[in-house]
Design a protein around this ligand. Structure first.
Ligand SMILES: Nc1ncnc2c1ncn2[C@@H]1O[C@H](COP(=O)(O)OP(=O)(O)OP(=O)(O)O)[C@@H](O)[C@H]1O
Ligand SMILES: [Mg+2]
Length: 500
């Protein structure tokens, strides 16, 4: 085997955090390496060092045995390293094709004037998307795509560089399972062509399908690299978290109380048809459905983000005349959004502010903010959710992706809503943190909260919910309780073809 990439004793320090601590790492031609670790373990930092986005404090990176220094991402490109970052880097106002070729639009000269060679952009972009075998219109604005489509465009962009080493930082966390399979195929194809791939993920079940070997980081240190045959979920969990960790079995003993949220005859042309259901206090109601089944549309309509054509939304017995995020919040409904960057966080604000944004009334008196109370509320949430941050004052964009996601959820939990709507809350969250979040949610349910929960991981929906609605082509096609269904049955129901 031929080693393409070697990393020796790489260190990276941030104020108050050792992100990488003498990390050794090497990658063979044709190898897919899964990179794992808890939120804040240093995965993205290693990715950024390898892609020239940041300079390590010390250590050596070598390509084909020759030491290299990356001052800028372009230096890494020239060495054949192409990266899909965890936080998306597309320009919303440009088209799909323009984004794929961003920064290297081909030019054409006519009568001494330079023009962008549109046709060539389209051709090159099409080639990249064809490799992914997905249908996304090349001339669509990226702003009009959903998160999954945007992620696929990012990947197409990275492929278009024809890299020797492809780095994917959580490429699957924003993708529904149907698309994840296509992604795996593409990754295996890249490896079969003799390229090497680094694949960061929190979904342990994809490892045997996509990877040859697994590297685990913990607290910035390289804990070990093992072949995929040895990488059982138990082994990986032990390497990530330590041997003493035990899965918490949350209690399902909350008393089911009053109806907190009722949806009646809800219609939205072409998207949602005659949706009706209730969620009671003490209850976690899951929504199971595939991409495009109407899950997100339903949550958005309930929260007033999208207009409805007919139907009624009733909160604690009171019909909401004009649902809007503002009126819903005023009535005790919270929504943790699918896309944390767009709807969830002010990234340049300190962690403290982002944890209390939605609950300022709890830490103010007579309209005046009480800093000590705000500090205490934020601190409590950092402890409860084990948010990894050197302090409450650092800006939120310095936190790792998963820890930013915890801040979004913490912000809404702090509002003490009566109804909490969670759209993909566990995206990019490590297995231990997931359980912490679910434990918190179950505790709140015991205090009377009603939860409406959506995840593209059906396993997770089954795990956390008391009751599950199956949504298919914009219709509720079934309702089951946690105890009366297996995962296989639930998946089959969610995927059932509807007879028109
Ligand atoms: N720009 C920065 N400034 C300060 N601290 C940072 C910065 N970037 C990362 N860190 C810190 O470095 C540590 C490692 O972060 P990193 O993003 O590499 O984690 P990760 O393993 O990718 O986690 P996740 O699974 O949540 O994405 C974290 O404690 C994080 O807060
Ligand atoms: Mg990361």
């Amino acid at each position: 085997m031929t080693t393409i990439l070697t990393v020796e004793k790489v260190c990276k320090q941030y104020p108050g955090v050792t992100a990488l601590d003498h990390v050794d790492f090497s990658l063979e031609q044709g190898e897919v390496r899964a990179l794992l670790g808890k939120n804040g373990a240093g995965k993205s930092t290693l990715v950024k060092v390898l892609s020239g986005a940041i300079r390590p404090d010390s250590g050596v990176i070598a390509i084909d045995g020759r030491p290299v220094i990356f001052d800028r991402p372009q230096d890494a490109f020239h060495q054949g390293i192409s990266t899909v970052y965890q936080e998306m880097s597309l320009v919303p106002g440009l088209t799909v094709a323009e984004n794929i070729l961003l920064g290297r639009w081909p030019m054409r000269r006519l009568l001494g004037i330079s023009f962008v060679a549109r046709k060539q952009i389209m051709q090159t972009a099409k080639l990249a998307l064809d490799q992914l075998e997905v249908e996304i219109p090349l001339d669509e604005l990226v702003a009009h795509l959903n998160v999954a489509q945007q992620q696929l465009v990012e990947i197409a962009k990275a492929i278009s560089f024809d890299p020797r080493v492809m780095i994917l930082d959580e490429p699957s966390s924003a993708l529904p399972s149907e698309e994840v399979e296509t992604l795996h195929k593409v990754v295996r194809r890249l490896a079969a062509q003799g390229r090497a791939v680094i694949y960061v993920t929190h979904r342990l079940q994809e490892i045997p399908r996509v990877a040859d070997s697994v590297t685990v980081l913990r607290d910035g240190r390289h804990i070990g690299t093992i072949p995929v045959a040895e990488a059982t979920p138990e082994q990986i969990t032990t390497m990530m978290i330590g041997a003493d960790w035990q899965r918490t079995q949350w209690r399902r003993d909350a008393e089911v109380g009053e109806v907190k949220l009722a949806v009646k005859g809800l219609n939205r042309a072409g998207k949602l048809h005659d949706i009706a259901f209730e969620v009671r206090g003490g209850e976690v109601l899951g929504l199971a459905g595939l991409l495009g089944s109407g899950r997100t549309e339903l949550l958005r309509s309930i929260f007033g983000l999208d207009a409805i054509d007919s139907g009624e939304i009733v909160v604690k017995g009171r019909p909401i005349a004009h649902p809007s995020p503002l009126t819903m919040k005023a009535n005790g409904v919270g929504l943790t959004p699918e896309d944390r960057k767009k709807q969830g966080l002010v990234l340049v604000f300190p962690v403290r502010d982002n944890l209390t944004l939605a609950s300022l009334h709890r830490v103010s008196h007579g309209g005046i903010l009480q800093p000590a109370q705000e500090e205490a509320l934020a601190q409590e949430m950092v402890a409860n959710m084990a948010i990894k941050t050197p302090s409450l004052s650092v800006t939120t964009n310095t936190l790792s992706g998963g820890n930013q996601q915890k801040v979004v959820i913490g912000n809404w939990l702090n509002t003490l809503p009566d109804v909490l709507i969670m759209d993909e809350p566990t995206r990019g969250i490590d297995i231990q943190a997931k359980e912490q979040i679910f434990t918190l949610v179950r505790d709140l349910a015991r205090q009377g909260l009603a939860v409406l929960f959506v995840s593209s991981e059906i396993e997770e929906v089954l795990d956390v919910s008391d009751r599950i609605l199956i949504i298919n082509q914009g219709r509720i096609t079934g309702a089951v309780t946690h105890d009366e269904i297996t995962l296989e049955q639930l998946m089959a129901l969610a995927m059932e073809e509807l007879v028109p």
